[in-house]
Design a protein around this ligand. Structure first.
Ligand SMILES: [Zn+2]
Length: 348
């Protein structure tokens, strides 16, 4: 059962106010507004997690995913053998870290009139924290057919694995943390859609928020936070989304980079948004060019694409920018730890 409406409204209003008040200050003349920047004080879980995750740790996962692609025709597309091997790799890392892992299969839509069978998502969660208030962090585990997908989205997968491994399944949390690795994002967010649609209403309502991580290590990457910006709910996410983006932006600011706010464009967050779940997103940009102003603020090359290898065969290990990855990894670890230990009043 959903909480009484008045309570929800009050909480969401409070969230909007928090985000709005801290957002203040002057806005830059750039194309994107600065993301609302919610400064939070790190508790012990956040401090420990942020200190223990490292881009070097994440890169070991990227190396493994690169090898999987090399051994399977150069990609990890879902469905396919490179994807299946990616599922096995992620499952193995999580089990070795002490997690119970589920790999629920989902039905793939027919393609060119032919049955495609099923593919798997990978789902795990902490044993600690209130399971009636679940913080879900997700990344798509598949690549396009044209390349190994090491930045898109090996970088998101490696971020989640590094956080999961260092958080551990029994961390002292107030709210449960669930890690989700979705299949078939590149063909229309099929894994995430099947996952959310397959949850009972009660289980959907236990999800306090969703944080999507998709491309966080591009060679000329920027720093963007999704949630709360746009003209309609598919772009902004439901009420509460600005607070998720705001904490992410605050955590990015603590690493020394000022994030810009951008709209959701229809990735794995879509089914969560459609289910009314407050959502945020971390992504560093893909096919567009970095502006002169952004290059000045963040480094990198002006008037060059954020990721010249986006959806290409060259999206390999050599494409990874460890500086961008390091900022996001620390910031996402801080964001997850914050919501996992936060007072329930900030969650829906
Ligand atoms: Zn992607």
């Amino acid at each position: 059962m959903r909480s009484p409406k008045s309570v929800l409204t009050r909480r969401r209003l409070a969230l909007a106010l928090i985000a709005g008040v801290v957002a203040g200050g002057c806005s830059s003349p750039g194309a994107q507004p600065p993301a609302p920047n919610v400064q939070v004080v790190d508790g012990p879980v956040a401090r420990q997690l942020k200190a223990s995750v490292s881009d070097a740790g994440a890169v070991t996962h990227l190396q493994a995913l690169q090898k999987i692609a090399d051994d399977n025709g150069g990609n990890r597309a879902s469905p396919g053998p490179g994807y299946d091997a990616s599922v096995d790799y992620v499952t193995g890392v999580l089990r070795a870290a002490g997690y119970d892992v589920a790999t629920p299969a989902f039905e793939l839509p027919r393609k060119r009139g032919r049955e495609q069978g099923t593919a798997r998502n990978v789902i795990t969660q902490t044993r600690t924290g209130d399971p009636a208030h679940v913080v879900v962090i997700g990344a798509h585990l598949d690549s396009v057919e044209d390349g190994p997908g090491i930045v898109d989205n090996g970088s998101g997968v490696a971020t989640l694995l590094e956080i999961a491994r260092h958080l551990g399944p029994s961390a002292p949390l107030r709210n449960t943390v669930r890690f989700a690795f979705f299949g078939s994002e590149e063909s229309g967010s099929e894994g995430s859609t099947s996952y959310v649609n397959g949850l009972s209403t009660a289980d959907r309502e236990k999800i306090a928020l969703y944080l999507n991580v998709d491309m966080v290590a591009s060679p000329n990457g920027g720093y963007f936070a999704q949630g709360g910006v746009g003209d309609e709910q598919s772009q902004t996410g439901p009420p509460g989304s600005a607070a998720v983006a705001g904490v992410l932006a605050g955590q990015l600011a603590a690493t020394g980079v000022k994030a810009e706010a951008i709209k959701f464009v229809g990735d794995d967050e879509t089914p969560f948004v459609d289910a009314g779940i407050p959502s945020g997103g971390a992504e560093n940009g893909d096919r567009k060019d970095k502006s002169g102003e952004q290059a000045q603020a963040w480094g990198g090359q002006a008037d060059e694409r954020y990721d010249p290898c986006y959806h290409k065969a060259c999206d390999r290990l050599e494409n990874v920018n460890r500086v961008v990855l390091g900022h996001y990894l620390t910031a996402i670890a801080g964001t997850v730890a914050y919501f996992a230990t936060s007072d329930q009043s900030i969650l829906r």
